[in-house]
Design a protein around this ligand. Structure first.
Ligand SMILES: Nc1ncnc2c1ncn2[C@@H]1O[C@H](COP(=O)(O)OP(=O)(O)O)[C@@H](O)[C@H]1O
Ligand SMILES: N[C@@H](CCC(=O)OP(=O)(O)O)C(=O)O
Length: 379
């Protein structure tokens, strides 16, 4: 088998994984559910719900991450476009979210399905105890046969603690519920090698490794002006899911039915890593870092390739005012984040330790700065 055949076989396996996923997270963007003039588009919402209900009837558990609260609130409040300030966005989300929840409940009820609304703030995944709590609720909802409908809790989230984009939220939720696949639905049918709004662009069917993204230019939100993250946040979300062993598919809401089958639509992203434990995933992608430790090349190799603990000798500098138990980023010699981990010392204790090898230090200061079990290397 040639290497390109190997890739093809692997990627059709990715499509099959989406088609056969027992637990699937589907994210739909604002631009696919709403219009600036009319608010919520009930017909498009019903079409999506029909597709998801069919999937549920076939035995899959479905989690829907739905954007659209802000956009759905614009028309009822007489707002002509997406507001720039947070307070008006939150007011719009307050009106729009309840319209969304009502519409989903009514639409899923046509198929005898009950929905559970789950509104999350970034704190719900950043703080470890909240993260476990969110995971427990989502899993219980699924086990009770309900369809969780997830969105960011926009009405209370402040600028500092916003996720801001539901693509990332969907990737986090996919891991929280141990999904078998993530599907991102937008207003564009696939990833292109350049923004299709700006001239000719070529469709990209498959992303197997990070190298496949080289030369692909991803840009901002679509022409509706209702979305937030654009293609950049979708690609990032797909990569987060794939790095944790969850395959992803990106396509338009109109092609959802085909995408959930095995049709060659959209762009599939193959997994790039094994399933990560909840703790490692949280460390790598959800927790917020309180500081940074700069590493020399030897320490990067020990931590990332050999999966060893980080010792003081390999640290060349530090930033931040963290305490022992906080999450910090580990930075390589050229400034890139190579891993995240839970630091064992307070920031005030470290300056006298860094750069010194264990035998130079008193016994009580010889413990690892970040233990291997508390490390999550990033790709
Ligand atoms: N390389 C690319 N391939 C496809 N779409 C792209 C690309 N770069 C930018 N885009 C734009 O991203 C838009 C989708 O993002 P967005 O408007 O945020 O959607 P949503 O509301 O579904 O989250 C598309 O309409 C498209 O114009
Ligand atoms: N939570 C916000 C949506 C944020 C968001 O990511 O929007 P989109 O880019 O349309 O998926 C809302 O419901 O309006």
């Amino acid at each position: 088998m040639t290497s390109s055949e190997t890739v093809t076989a692997g990627l059709s396996a990715t499509r099959r994984a989406v088609a056969t996923a027992r637990r699937i997270v589907v994210k739909i963007g604002s631009s696919s559910l709403t219009t600036t003039e009319g608010g919520l588009d009930g017909r498009r919402l019903d079409t999506l719900v029909e597709t998801l209900s069919r999937r549920a009837a076939e035995g899959s558990q479905v989690v829907l991450v739905s954007s659209g609260a802000i956009a759905a609130g614009l028309a009822p409040l007489g707002l002509g476009g997406r507001p720039g300030d947070l307070a008006t966005q939150q007011a719009a989300a307050s009106v729009g979210q309840q319209a969304l929840a009502h519409a989903y409940a009514a639409s899923f009820a046509r198929f005898g399905l009950t929905v559970g609304q789950v509104l999350l703030t970034a704190d719900d995944v950043v703080r470890r105890a909240h993260y476990r709590n969110a995971r427990r609720t989502l899993r219980r909802l699924l086990n009770l046969g309900a369809v969780p409908v997830v969105n960011e809790n926009d009405t209370v989230a402040t600028a500092e603690i916003r996720f801001g984009d539901n693509d990332r939220l969907a990737a986090l939720v996919a891991h929280l519920v141990e999904a078998d696949a993530l599907v991102l639905l937008s207003d564009v049918d696939a990833l292109y090698d350049g923004d299709p709004r700006h001239g000719r662009a070529r469709v990209v069917r498959e992303i197997a490794t990070a190298e496949d993204l080289e030369g692909i230019s991803v840009g901002g939100t679509g022409s509706s002006g209702l979305g937030t993250g654009g293609m950049t946040s979708k690609v990032q979300a797909a990569r987060v899911a794939c790095s944790a062993g969850i395959p992803a598919l990106l396509t338009s809401a109109e092609l959802a039915e085909e995408a959930l089958g095995e049709a060659e639509v959209g762009t599939v992203f193959g997994t790039t890593g094994p399933r990560l434990s909840a703790r490692r995933f949280w460390l790598a992608h959800a927790a917020s870092a309180r500081g940074r430790l700069h590493l020399d090349a030897g320490a990067v190799s020990a931590v990332v390739r050999r999966r060893r603990s980080l010792l003081a000798a390999g640290i060349t500098g530090m930033e931040g005012s963290f305490e022992g138990g906080d999450v910090v980023e580990l930075i390589g010699p050229s400034g890139e984040v190579v891993a995240r981990g839970v630091v064992a010392y307070d920031a005030s204790e470290l300056p006298e330790l860094i750069g010194r090898s264990s035998h130079e230090l008193p016994a009580e200061q010889r413990r690892e700065v970040v233990h291997a079990d508390d490390l999550a290397p990033l790709d």
